[in-house]
Write a protein that binds this ligand. Structure first.
Ligand code: ATP
Ligand code: MG
Length: 508
């Protein structure tokens, strides 16, 4: 009798120009939370896609509970008991939670006995500590609640092994804590969890064991209690890592204003007021950090400045020029660059190549086109240069972006937005989903952009990131800026209180 839930032996998966998994050995024990770590492009998502039947391995074998298996589809894997919680949710918005949980379950056939289903879903949610109303419609739910529905779907189908690919990338810190409780409740009942994350602190606190991949190969498996974040970072990159701070050369000039918002208000997608009279300025070369719990108007703030959402009152100046309301193309022309939260949907054309995506915003400029003809060789060489500077792992610049790993997709977008020589850069969680090495590279590039005079609005829930990069910090709460202070002297406690709605007086 073995205690092994999943064992992969010598698994190889090749794509054109890349060996994504190169003889991976990986064993997960029953009832553990097993974290999977590795740099961007190391092969983690590929490994999960093989385990869940989305890809077939070219070589190697998989055992489930000690028996060899081979899955022809995700459904086959789920029938065998391996379920995946995807980062991009696959829920039907107008339907309720309970309806989504049972959708696609063959046992339900066509008759849905609503009362007993709702009861079963509610039971499951309670058992695993998940706060979600089975009768709520999907569109009414927060991102964290939608993720719970995805987890319920897999549990409802009876999965004994759950794979979560970067589940916390979309969660607030409080939602992440709640997820960890749920994972614990699942392993306590003998279920097995495979958990992918780049956040080392998180991995240290939630996992029992950790496997590190590098370049498609297994570096090793360690017990969490016997290791440290420093050792893990070293295993991931193959050398020791210094956690250093990006250093500024120029302090910036707050007097020379590159962006100003005066009394700006706007509505969210459902027509409710999302911003209430925002006043803020950014100086040349200044990094202004926007701290706040997600959902307090940060996305709308970024969108009005990028011309992707109309503001209902107030005005916005880029330099001394008024911004055309709700016109993304003029915002770009006026020098506003934007790294949106949702990179694949609003930031990039996923089916197009790396170089076309990099050229996307500049193709009208004389550098890249002449008399309407694109200068292909300039486009390619500019792209090659950025791929090197941002360490994008891709076979070449003609590869479609959708074939890159999650983190490398990010780097393409950052490379493009940083290189348009903007006046103003709006960056939403720029290092989310990046590995430790890439985070340092991106922070360094942000600081260089500021040193070159770009005014940066850094919107981020990670206080550590804001405190290490920003010159000034504003706090957003329920669509208002509730504080505006120099970063020097700001404390985590004070910011945390303001983010939770404490008034500046009570948080001093
Ligand atoms: N369908 C595909 N076609 C071609 N190449 C692919 C495909 N899927 C993944 N790759 C390549 O395989 C390698 C491993 O990618 P994978 O997505 O598994 O990395 P990852 O460890 O999940 O990285 P990240 O942390 O950035 O999400 C990358 O070089 C990627 O470009
Ligand atoms: Mg991935």
């Amino acid at each position: 009798m073995t205690n092994s839930a999943v064992r992969m032996t010598g698994v190889v998966k090749r794509f054109p120009g890349v060996i994504a998994n190169d003889g991976v050995n990986f064993e997960v024990l029953k009832g553990e939370v097993h974290a999977l770590l590795g740099e961007n492009g190391a092969g983690k998502s590929t490994l999960s896609n093989i385990l869940t039947g989305l890809y077939r391995p070219d070589e190697g074998s998989i055992d489930l509970d000690g028996t060899p298996v081979s899955f022809s589809s995700p459904k086959a894997a789920l029938d065998a008991g391996i379920g995946m919680v995807h980062q991009h949710f696959r829920l039907v918005e107008p339907f309720t939670v309970a309806e989504n949980v049972i959708l696609g379950n063959p046992q339900t056939a066509f008759v849905i006995d609503t009362d007993s289903t709702v009861e079963r879903v509610a039971d499951l949610a309670r058992r695993y500590d998940m706060a979600v109303d089975p009768n709520a419609k999907i569109w009414q739910l927060s991102v964290g609640e939608q993720q719970r529905v995805e987890i319920l779907k897999v549990l409802y189908r009876g999965a004994g092994v759950l794979i979560l690919d970067e589940p916390t990338a979309v969660l607030t810190p409080i939602e992440a804590e709640a997820l960890f409780k749920t994972l614990r409740a699942m392993t306590a009942e003998g279920r097995t969890v495979i958990f992918i994350s780049h956040k080392l602190d998180e991995v240290m606190s939630v996992s029992d064991r950790i496997t590190v991949l590098r370049g498609g190969r297994t570096v090793g498996t360690v017990a969490t209690r016997d290791t440290s974040t420093r050792e893990l970072a070293g295993m991931m990159v193959g050398r020791s890592v210094e956690f250093s701070r990006a250093t500024r050369r120029n302090p910036g000039d707050p007097g020379d204003v590159v962006l100003s918002l005066t009394d700006v208000s706007c509505e969210d997608d459902r027509g409710r007021e999302a911003l209430h009279g925002i006043d803020v300025t950014i100086g040349r070369g200044e990094i202004v950090g926007v701290a706040g719990v997600a959902g307090n108007g940060q996305r709308e703030l970024a969108e009005v400045i990028a011309g992707m959402r109309t503001f209902t009152s107030g005005r916005i100046l880029v330099g001394d020029k008024p911004l055309a309301n709700g016109r993304a193309r003029s915002a770009i022309a006026d020098g506003v660059a934007h790294v949106p939260e949702d990179r694949l949907h609003t930031g990039l054309a996923a089916g197009h190549s790396v170089e076309d995506n990099i050229a996307l915003k500049n193709y009208r400029t004389p550098l890249l086109s002449r008399f309407g003809m694109l200068k292909r060789n300039v486009i390619t060489s500019q792209a090659c240069d950025l791929v090197t500077r941002y360490d994008v792992k891709t076979p070449d610049t003609a590869t479609p972006v959708r074939l890159l790993s999650g983190g490398n997709v990010q780097k393409v977008l950052l490379a493009r937005e940083f290189s348009t020589k903007p006046k103003v850069l709006i960056a939403a969680s720029p290092t989310r989903g990046l590995d430790v090495g890439a985070i340092e590279t991106v922070r360094q590039r942000l600081v260089e952009a500021a040193d070159d005079g770009v005014g940066i609005l850094l919107i981020c829930e990670d206080l550590e990131e804001i405190m290490s990069l920003a010159d000034r910090i504003v706090v957003m709460y329920e669509g208002r800026l509730v504080a505006d202070m120099p970063a020097v002297g700001a404390t985590r406690e004070q910011l945390g209180l303001l983010m939770g709605g404490a008034t500046p007086e009570t948080s001093q």
